[in-house]
Design a protein around this ligand. Structure first.
Ligand SMILES: NC(=O)c1ccc[n+]([C@@H]2O[C@H](COP(=O)([O-])OP(=O)(O)OC[C@H]3O[C@@H](n4cnc5c(N)ncnc54)[C@H](OP(=O)(O)O)[C@@H]3O)[C@@H](O)[C@H]2O)c1
Length: 248
């Protein structure tokens, strides 16, 4: 179905997605804000099926695109180059990092709906936002594994969600469809499905130590039945209360 995955944003979560995609046989085009030349080491590490480009070039080259950038940068996503494409959005809103956005602080919108508004001619699917980069790698399993995990998706277009489900399946995960983007608050930061189920007890520490700790932790499989219960248990809260995980 898909042959080339485009990455806009090739940091922690984007790189993990790129690694899984290469393992699954995709061609991968990575991009960032600083230019393709700054991604030479990553391209070398990913191997012959990877190359670097600008965000617009990555968008045009790809059958399917992942936007793995801070929410604050979402208006810089190349809307024209992404027109007609499915865009998987990994972003989470953290006011301390992204600055305050009134629509999110009041619960009037969701972060993915803001991205959909900017990418009016694309189909946005929220995905990959509930799992830390190392666990995304360590918990990936073949389709028939008894300890396969699931990840939530949300979106307004059924075909785009089918594409996202197919991608997740190839990368080692089941998908749980939580509904349209208006319902995607159910997997935003500080909800029951967010990060913790895949990690277990998180030690109280600072952000850097938290990230180091996640790299030494294998992670806990979260099957689709458990994930569905966690999503249903979510209670609407204002996103303005969200704190980076380690700052809880
Ligand atoms: N880390 C996690 O545990 C995790 C898990 C799930 C979801 N998320 C979410 O996923 C998003 C990315 O997180 P991350 O941890 O991967 O961040 P990160 O490591 O800081 O990487 C961010 C990437 O986005 C790129 N970028 C920034 N502005 C851009 C622009 N205008 N155009 C193209 N690329 C741009 C950066 O490129 P430069 O370095 O060149 O600026 C970098 O490659 C965030 O919204 C985060 O909340 C993170």
């Amino acid at each position: 179905m898909h042959r080339t995955l485009g990455l806009i944003g090739s940091g922690m979560i984007g790189t993990s997605i790129a690694r899984l995609a290469i393992s699954a046989g995709f061609g991968v085009v990575v991009s960032n804000s600083r230019g393709p030349e700054t991604l030479a080491d990553l391209v070398t590490e990913l191997g012959g099926q990877a190359r670097a480009a600008t965000p617009a070039e990555a968008a045009r080259a790809a059958d399917l695109v992942v936007a793995a950038i801070p929410l604050v940068a979402h208006r810089k996503l190349p809307a024209a180059a992404l027109a007609g494409k499915t865009v998987l959005d990994t972003a989470n809103y953290y006011p301390e990092r992204d600055g305050h956005l009134t629509e999110l602080d009041t619960g009037a919108s969701t972060s993915s709906a803001l991205i959909q508004r900017h990418l009016a001619d694309s189909h946005v699917v929220k995905a990959f936002n509930t799992i830390t980069p190392h666990q995304l790698l360590s918990l990936a399993r073949p389709a028939d594994a008894t300890d396969r995990s699931a990840l939530p998706i949300a979106g307004d277009n059924a075909s785009a969600k089918a594409e996202a489900t197919h991608l997740l399946n190839r990368l080692g995960y089941d998908a749980v469809d939580i509904g349209p983007l208006t319902d995607s608050w159910r997997t935003e930061p500080n909800t029951p499905a967010y990060i913790r189920p895949y990690l277990g007890e998180i030690p109280a520490t600072d952000v850097d130590a938290f990230l180091r700790w996640t790299r030494q932790t294998p992670g806990i499989p979260v099957p689709a039945t458990q994930l569905t219960e966690l999503i249903e248990a979510a209670v609407r809260q204002t996103a303005g209360e969200a704190k980076l995980p380690s700052a809880d």
